[in-house]
Design a binder for this molecule. Structure first.
Ligand code: PLP
Length: 470
């Protein structure tokens, strides 16, 4: 530090020696009272040479830029970060007597901010260790029973059947309801591919209908148009935390005698008419993948209030084996079981679900408030029956791809929305309607959804890019 301090009136040669002393390429200029009066960078020096000054010229105050930025000793990292920008990356720090004592250098971020990360700060490790030490590490044990009971109670259903992941939960649900070849299953065009893959694996025919423009969830009017005598089930997906119109969907299902399998993978805790999602369908399926609202690492669950369906789910989950006679198989089943280790993590997650949802909601509110006057569309929340939760902070931006690359240069991960299924070669022939799905998909973006610490920095980058597009 000392070597990079030069006195006003020194020759430019002496200034150059000082600049050369520190890797940052900067000299701090002081007056005879040792007080900081300015800085001179290697770039400034280059410009002086180009203007014709020679190395024997003495450094006068008028050669320094007037509005240099400095900071006081004791200022925290946050205030320092607020002062750096694209041009100013080094900030001198002065003491009470205005003498330079240190400097802060803003390094390019090397820290990666993911779009989603699990929060495991509760009793997750304690329960996991307990399950491990009990040696019940496979698919029997107290945490399995507890997780099934607690999660089904939380959602307001009588039974819960834990599975190895959310996709197997969907697959198990369709198998338990007897969905197979010759059956049609209606699902939204805008969803994660697991929702359609399980229909195809069951040998049934998917029917991809459009979503509502404002709510982004499956459009009941399109379902009504798509129902045929072959329709066996509807899979409404509560997309990005938004509940589907379950009133209209259950009305249609009851009228036509069709099963409803709710895909709740992105909406743990969301409500419709003051009832939790997952309590409407004949079976409801959740995912506990690491990026979902609560996690077990990999994991899923089927919920139902029908005792007979519950029994079928359990038998099919466990190789279709008879409950009364060991190794006698009544059905062609699966092994879709969850382990006690996964369930242990799930129990700890569930204890904190209210706080986890509140934190995510707070983060979305932060973005919403700070981006209020911008050309951004959020999920419509005007339907008072629907109480959404925040899975990934999600919105529609006109110049979406430019925002994604802007954030990427700062190591901030974002995601574009799902691609409408009917836009992919392998699913194209199952298209019923897709107009809104395409529109939403083209401009939809997910921001990092559980890192409140970095939200200011992320917001700043978003604003930088949005200003240019308006
Ligand atoms: C994540 C997800 C699934 C699949 O869950 P996995 O646990 O990853 O198998 C299914 N449907 C939707 C809508 C999802 O977002």
């Amino acid at each position: 530090m000392d070597k990079s301090i030069v006195l006003l009136g020194s020759t430019l040669r002496e200034v150059l020696v000082a600049i050369n002393e520190v890797p940052a390429g900067i000299a701090f200029v002081v007056n005879t009272q040792k007080q900081l009066v300015g800085v001179i960078t290697d770039g400034d020096f280059r410009r002086l040479l180009l203007r014709g000054f020679d190395l024997e010229h003495s450094l006068k105050e008028n050669l320094l830029s007037k509005d240099y930025i400095f900071s006081k000793q004791g200022d925290n990292l946050e205030s320092l970060l607020h002062k750096v920008n694209r041009r100013v990356r080094i900030i001198p720090i002065v003491n009470e007597k205005l003498e330079p004592v240190d400097y802060f250098q803003y390094e390019h971020r090397t820290h990666f901010t993911p779009v989603a990360a699990p929060n495991l700060s509760g009793k997750e490790f304690e329960y996991l260790t307990d399950a491990f030490l009990s040696t019940w590490i496979s698919s029997r044990g107290k945490y399995i029973d507890r997780f099934e009971k607690d999660f089904s109670t939380y959602c307001g259903t009588r039974h819960g059947v834990a599975t190895s992941n959310g996709t197997t939960a969907l697959q198990l649900a369709l198998a338990a309801l007897g969905v197979g070849p010759g059956d049609e299953v209606i699902l939204p065009n805008l969803t994660f591919a697991a929702t359609i893959n399980v229909v195809l694996h069951a040998g049934a025919t998917p029917v991809l209908v459009d979503v509502e423009e404002e709510f982004w969830t499956i459009d009941p009017k399109e379902i009504a148009k798509a129902i045929t005598s072959k329709t066996k089930a509807i899979i409404p997906v509560h997309l990005y935390g938004q509940p589907c119109d379950m009133e209209a969907i259950m009305d249609l299902a009851n009228k036509h005698n069709i099963y409803v399998v709710e895909d709740c993978a992105e909406a743990h805790g969301a409500e419709f008419s003051e009832k939790k999602v997952g309590s409407f369908g004949h079976v409801s399926c959740f995912s506990f993948f690491a990026n979902k609202i609560i996690t077990t690492g990999e994991g899923g669950m089927c919920l139902t209030s029908d005792a007979e369906i519950d029994m079928r789910l359990r038998i099919l989950r466990d190789h279709g084996m008879s409950r009364s006679q060991k190794y006698y198989h009544e059905h062609v089943g699966f092994n879709f079981r969850m382990t006690n280790l996964q369930a242990a993590i799930g129990c700890a997650q569930l204890e904190r679900i209210d706080q986890i949802l509140k934190d995510r909601e707070g983060l979305e509110r932060f973005y919403k408030e700070n981006l209020r006057d911008r050309e951004i569309k959020w999920q419509n929340i005007s339907d008072k029956r629907r109480k959404k939760v925040v899975w990934l902070v999600s919105c529609l931006i006109k110049d979406r791809d430019s925002v994604i690359s802007k954030l990427a240069t700062s190591m901030v991960e974002t995601r574009p929305f799902f691609i409408p299924l009917s836009k992919m070669e392998i699913y194209r022939k199952f298209r019923f309607s897709d107009q809104n799905s395409i529109k939403i998909s083209n401009s939809g973006i997910n921001f990092p959804s559980n890192s409140i610490d970095e939200s200011n920095m992320i917001l700043e980058k978003i604003l930088e890019r949005l200003e240019k597009t308006i």
